[in-house]
Design a protein around this ligand. Structure first.
Ligand code: ZN
Length: 286
């Protein structure tokens, strides 16, 4: 079964995964997890996958070409030589980063049949297995990268600009807005909400999760200086006076960077018109 790949921000990706016991390895449940990992990886363009990426906090990684299943892997660097490469990760879609890794590693692991194996892997395969074993220790490559950059976005056309003055009303008084791109788009984009009534914006959620929100402005006032994942927008807004007070005609401009591809951007905004007007003022975030 193809499983959902968790993306950065999910706590399982930051946890230390536990060893698989010999008895557990023989169970159909554990073998099924391995099969799921293989089908999930094959459904992507990736070359490796770690169990925590599908929500299983177990020390299992797979590396493709040829497909190798490593249970409880142990890595020992061979020599001092390091290589720099530009890594990507299925859990950080649309981004790449420059990372330095050991050029050669000795790999010890149990295979899916329960047999101990060892090998020395070099270059690309060594890089992949180091990246995957990092996942078992709750480490994403972004924390090792000297810099990160959006992948393959330079030549993609931009989304047409949308001024979202309407949307589908939601039960709680909020609205759901949808922008569909019918061709491949990517790179820096923005969209703007115009508020037709005064009120309090209590939440805002934006998909896709792979988008990086680079800035948020309310009628020209910058609310947030640094980039963050789209899923974090809700938390950011709630951090400002437990919601944002907006006046009629105010515009909330959201700037985001998208991985190249076809996107359906869904923004859900919740309004609470009955709440008292919050005191204080909006200030730049630290
Ligand atoms: Zn990864």
């Amino acid at each position: 079964m193809i499983r959902t790949i968790l993306t950065e921000g999910h706590p399982t990706l930051n946890a230390i995964a536990r060893d698989v016991t010999d008895d557990e390895l023989k169970t159909p449940e554990l073998q099924q997890i391995i099969d799921d990992m293989i089908s999930t990886l094959k459904s992507t363009t990736g070359v490796g996958l770690a169990a925590p990426q599908i929500g299983e906090s177990l020390r299992i990684v797979i590396v493709d070409k040829p497909m190798t299943v490593l249970i409880n892997p142990l890595l020992t660097p061979v020599g001092e030589t390091k290589d720099t490469s530009y890594e990507g990760c299925l859990s950080i879609p649309g981004m790449r980063g420059e990372v330095e890794r050991h050029q050669a590693v000795h790999v010890e692991y149990t295979d899916r049949a329960g047999k101990r194996q060892e090998a020395t892997w070099v270059k690309f395969r060594a890089i992949v297995v180091q990246h995957e074993v990092d996942h078992l220790n709750g480490i994403l490559y972004s924390s090792r990268a000297s810099f990160m950059y959006p992948d393959d976005t330079q030549h993609a056309p931009k989304l047409p600009q949308h001024n979202l003055t309407s949307g589908t009303p939601r039960q709680n008084g909020g609205r759901t807005f949808v922008i569909d791109s019918d061709k491949k788009v990517g790179g820096q984009q923005h969209f703007t909400f115009t508020f037709m009534d005064a009120g309090r914006l209590s939440a805002l959620r934006i998909a896709p999760g792979g988008a990086m929100v680079t800035a948020v402005y309310l009628t020209g006032v910058r609310l947030r200086a640094s980039g963050f994942k789209a899923g974090a927008v809700q938390r950011m807004l709630l951090g400002v006076d437990k919601g944002l007070h907006v006046a009629q005609g105010d515009q909330l401009r959201i700037e985001l960077r998208l991985p190249s591809g076809r996107h359906r951007i869904v923004a859900e905004a919740d309004f609470d018109y009955n709440a008292p007007t919050p005191s204080g003022h909006l200030a730049d975030s630290p």
